[in-house]
Structures are given as structure tokens and as C-alpha cells.
Design a protein around this ligand. Structure first.
Ligand SMILES: [Ca+2]
Length: 119
């Protein structure tokens, strides 16, 4: 039965296994997340088109990988989590930016002002 006096030998064995490449514990995970789309109305069809054209440009420019979490204990442990956000996140950020008076409706002027900041 192992006792505490065996601990240094066990650690040495673990380190040796890790150094030789057979004992490294590696975990890599990708988490996909998205938000529910915010409710928003548009003053007109033109406002809708201007807004979504700008959102489309933002989504093309957005990097799908938004965050990474990495944790390493050299040679022994590697833990990496990558979070990828869906398109609603970009859309919701655009809605918050465009609806400047927060009345739940994006006017043509608000849509155009927002679109001008995207270009
Ligand atoms: Ca508004």
C-alpha cells in the first residue's frame, strides 16, 4: 500500500512519464454560444435594409473566435477552452448601438448613422 514516503517516487515517476511524452494530460474544448436576438422594430423598410447591410458587414469582419482560456502546467497538463459566439451576438451589439434613444425602433436616421460608423 502506498504511503506518504512513496510520494516523492510517485511524483518522479509522473514527471518522468510526462517528460517522455506518455504522461501529458491534454484537454481541448470548443464551446459554442449565442444570444437570443433582441426584439427591435424598424421605422421603414429602408431603415431595415440599411441596418442589416451594415450588420452583414460587421459579421463578415467579426472574428468567430471571441475568447480563449488556456491553462498549462508545463509538460504535465494542458487545458484549453475556445469560446465561439454565434451571429446573434454581433446583431444584438449592432441593435444596441443603432437604437440610440432606446425606444425599441430603429429609424432610418439611426440606421444610417450606425451604418456610417461601420464603413
Ligand atoms: Ca430608436
Amino acid at each position: 500500500m502506498p504511503t506518504l514516503r512513496h510520494l516523492p517516487a510517485a511524483l518522479a515517476a509522473l514527471l518522468l512519464a510526462a517528460v517522455t511524452g506518455s504522461g501529458c494530460i491534454s484537454h481541448q474544448e470548443t464551446v459554442r454560444r449565442d444570444e437570443d436576438p433582441l426584439e427591435i422594430e424598424f421605422e421603414s423598410r429602408e431603415a431595415t435594409e440599411i441596418f442589416f447591410r451594415a450588420v452583414g458587414q460587421l459579421q463578415e469582419d467579426a472574428t468567430p473566435t471571441e475568447s480563449k482560456t488556456e491553462f498549462h502546467v508545463p509538460v504535465i497538463l494542458s487545458h484549453k477552452v475556445t469560446t465561439v459566439y454565434g451571429p446573434n451576438r454581433v446583431r444584438n451589439q449592432a441593435v444596441r448601438r443603432a437604437d440610440t434613444n432606446r425606444d425599441g425602433t430603429i429609424t432610418k436616421k439611426e440606421a444610417q448613422t450606425f451604418a456610417d460608423t461601420v464603413r
